[in-house]
Design a protein around this ligand. Structure first.
Ligand code: SAH
Length: 225
């Protein structure tokens, strides 16, 4: 299945809003760290419901562009806001529809690992960023967070499973300085008491704690020279 087929289906069944609710636990911390200024242009890769841009507009950014490979996602995102300064585009991470040196900041939440060629995506991010622009890349699927690895079995799109070090190396290879890397735990998701396990989703409580409280989402911040 293509990105379009897989995620159009997710959008049609309302998973975009479900992800927004869950991802917000960690996404709000990622967004709060972004050094956005009034009037900035920000691109959100794999925007889903578009919540990241709605939140950043409240902090005064000038223009937000949400890119998504699934037209139904972009359509849903459009329907959740009537803000004329937020635009939603259908496109692929491989080929960003923005001019060189034109974007102040790029953010991506729980989407980067779906890139067909993640190195190429990083080069594209580097190309569109202005000097000093930042890339805030958050991924909850990564090597150290072992209890996420099985997700690949239920998703038809090939996923990139890099370690923390591989993220830093790949950013540097693409010409981005690595300013910060940090695992941001999800402290909000409710973890049931030990006697409730196994649940539908988790064999053990330890696995759930490791996934959410120990690792959460891995943020790597790149800065364009
Ligand atoms: N950022 C949102 C959505 C995450 S789901 C959130 O945090 O909830 C991942 C999103 O990335 C989906 O909407 C999917 O359609 C999009 N996506 C995946 N691979 C893509 C690609 N190669 N190009 C563009 N969008 C892609």
């Amino acid at each position: 299945m293509s990105v379009r087929e897989e995620f159009d289906e997710w959008a049609a069944s309302g998973k975009d809003r479900g992800m927004e609710e869950r991802h917000w636990h960690t996404a709000k911390h990622v967004l709060a760290r972004m050094p956005v200024e009034r009037g900035d242009t920000v691109v959100d890769l794999g925007t889903g419901s578009g919540y990241a841009l709605r939140a950043l507009r409240e902090r005064g950014i000038g223009r937000g562009y949400g890119l998504d490979g699934a037209p139904e996602m972009a359509r849903n995102a459009r329907s959740y806001t009537d803000d004329p300064d937020v635009g939603f585009l259908v496109g692929d991470f491989d080929d960003l529809p923005f001019a060189d040196d034109s974007v102040d900041h790029v953010v991506t939440m729980e989407a980067f690992y779906y890139a067909a060629d993640p190195h190429r995506t990083l080069e594209e991010v580097r190309r569109v960023l202005k000097p000093g622009g930042t890339f805030y890349c958050a991924v909850n699927f990564f090597a150290e967070s072992e209890h996420t690895h099985a997700w690949q079995d239920s998703i038809s799109v090939d996923m990139t499973l890099w370690s923390r070090e591989q993220y830093r190396e790949a950013f540097r290879e693409a010409g981005l300085h690595v300013a910060e890397q940090d695992a941001i735990p999800d402290r909000e998701i409710e973890i049931p008491p030990a006697e409730a396990f196994p649940t539908d989703s988790w064999e053990t409580r330890e696995a759930m704690v490791d996934r959410y409280r120990t690792w959460g989402t891995l943020l790597t911040v790149g800065v364009a020279p």
